[in-house]
Ligand binder design. Sequence first.
Ligand code: ATP
Length: 364
Amino acid sequence: MRTYQIAVLPGDGIGPEVIAEGLRVLEAAARAEGGFGLKTDTLAAGAQEYLWSGKPLPDRTLDGCRAADAILLGAMGLPDVRWPDGTEMVPQIELRFVLDLYAGIRPIRWYPGVPAVLAQKQPEQVDFVVVRESTEGMFASLGGGVVLRDEVATDQQVITRKGTERVCRAAFGWARRRAQERGRAGRVTCVDKANVFRSMAFFRKVFYEVAAEFPDVAADHEYVDACAMKLVRQPERFDVLVAENLFGDILSDLGPGLIGGLGLAPSADIGDAAAVFQPTHGTAPDIAGQGIANPLATILSAAMMLEWLGDRHADARVAGAGRRIHHAVEQGLAAGGLRGPDLGGEFTTEQIGARVAGAIAGGA
Ligand code: ATP
């Protein structure tokens, strides 16, 4: 029986609260499916850790992440804890660079039972994935921007052929998998600003070169400004979107806005040798410590982690445990049993986690 090593980084704010429920559900799913084990190693990182040790991402944490089969992360950063230049601690972004996690996968899907956000639409048609390039773009100059004479500030955008090819291949691969699951053709939309920036025109050119490797998947493109509007007005027309880092970052928050909020949006940051799974939301200091954060984004991220491990290790049981979690969340939301205050309900963080875990244990 294989045991998977999971590095757990709860982080700051609501991070530890939602991670506790993610772990509760993971254990329930592993027990229900059987045939594999999970060994977790909880590691320190984040703004609070910086206050304690002077390092938001200590070496021991990095070593633990490198040794793990997968990493489950809560959220990091606190508005009052900053570097001398005024920027926030973002060890979760640093991890993407250190572990070369180039593809940020952000599935956006409306679940029956969640109050619809777009009244004029059939919300069940909202089902797309944002694939965000996560190691280049503006973020490549993280910590390297320049402020001159207190008059001019610059950060540089970096787009490489290698970085663009690999994230586009990830997007087309994701579209192919979704097409097979859903029994229809797949499509990838390149989101850029190719009419204005050379770097973006290059990104689009490489996108179409990669598209030629996937003749079974349709390819098209949108300018990011028009795309933002179309996502609100016609979200059903999108399948997989691929974008450079900053545009992907913004669309990754627009998406959850269409389906009921950040509390329902999971994510994965995937590289060739490692992967981090975490809710799309941040540390939400405004609600931290109150026990009202929605843990479903973390629980769904944990499900993505199991499905990724299942794929990677050809382990049907692990993938099956991931599907059990998805199913329990879907059923629970449809029955109106998993709504916290963010969705107009009254359940606490702990109650939501316990209900999902209970449903899995009961054979949901
Ligand atoms: P970051 O820049 O790290 O993404 P942020 O401050 O922009 O963080 P969040 O911390 O994600 O954003 O919070 C944005 C809003 O969404 C806040 O009002 C917060 O309370 C709410 N929110 C975020 N996550 C959750 C959650 N899991 N459950 C309920 N509300 C949440």
